[in-house]
Design a protein around this ligand. Sequence first.
Ligand code: URA
Length: 436
Amino acid sequence: MIPQEIILAKRNGGVLGAPEIREFIQALSDGRLSEGQIAAFAMAIWFNGMNRDETVALTLAMRDSGDVMAWPDLDRPVADKHSTGGVGDNVSLMLAPIVAACGAAVPMISGRGLGHTGGTLDKLESIPGYDIFPSAERFRDIVGDIGCAIIGQTGEIAPADKRLYAIRDVTATVDSVPLITASILSKKLAAGLQSLTMDIKVGNGAFMQTMEEAEVLARSIVDVANGAGVKTTALITDMNQPLADCAGNAVEVAHAMVFLEGRKAGTRLHEVVMAFAADMLVNAGLAPSLAEAHAKAAHALDSGAALERFGRMVHALGGPSDFAENWKTHLPVAPIVRPVPAPESGVISAYATRETGLAVIALGGGRTHPDDTIDHRTGFSAILPKGTRVERGDPIAFVHATDEASAERGTWHYLSAVTIGEKAPAVSSVILDRIS
Ligand code: URA
């Protein structure tokens, strides 16, 4: 194989054959390709796309670049959810234990932050001792005993995606339908799932900016996954403001704990988590209808069963044994936590949500290079939802920063992403569509 010829063919808008794609991905995971060649390949796909057959070939080649798991000993259906990424999107942290408490097995392979979006793994690494890379055996045991384990992609699971993902993150090649489809599904298929619910985010904080783009991505993922034998549906959800009332790492774990304690009912995030739980339970065959699935999930949350599962999962993966009860004493806190004051009176009418995500990165909560270490303590909390009336000087969020200077910059950056206007914005639904 001559890698530059494959890159050239795609750069010129050609259609690649499955053997060429397979060879290229094999070389990528063996370390035979340079970062430059991989970035050029990704950029050529970004510009020229891939047809369905190429996307399937890329997905399967990336899946087969490592181990493909199977769960023959489990007596529960193996289900999962994956998000295309957003800001303040900590849904997985609550969803995995809720669905596990309802009888599914959830072997969730998650990612780090990508572009301006936060990553579940970065959030979980805020928990002291939490090992995001357990051995395959340990992963298997935890999923079997507790019902869920949220971990990272070890070298054994879709290693091609691991390398490509890190390069895409820093080369502006994330928002491409075939690349996102193959990235997500290679990991999901390698985890041996029987069903999957996709969260396709749309809006100014998502990789897909319009409903049309989101529908194309949803259709691509649903078709490729169902074609590969995994029962898959997708919900398209709004990302025109942070989903949780915070964005960062430790702050989003703290928020998830409050949620699991039952103290976030009635929020947009609650609506999203319960909709996904219901969809997953129906896809997994654990409830006959969305309404019954919803009631089952609500019981898992309200009874404390999901909180208990989360605590057990954290402990099994090396975190504190009393995390569910005493999370406040375990999560790291930034040295500076101070209000972001409203610059004027009015109604919060819009968020430039991508900017909010970038403000977290600028505080040290995300990366600008694949090898960067991050400061898990930083971010924003108590973010007010769109439509909230505020008076000049009221706190519209709190900045969590490492020092005074970055708190200052973070405040300025945050405010650049908020519009305060005269009129309340039109109320929009958070779940916009369901594709099956
Ligand atoms: N999540 C992934 O795992 N991959 C992408 O490309 C985008 C979101």
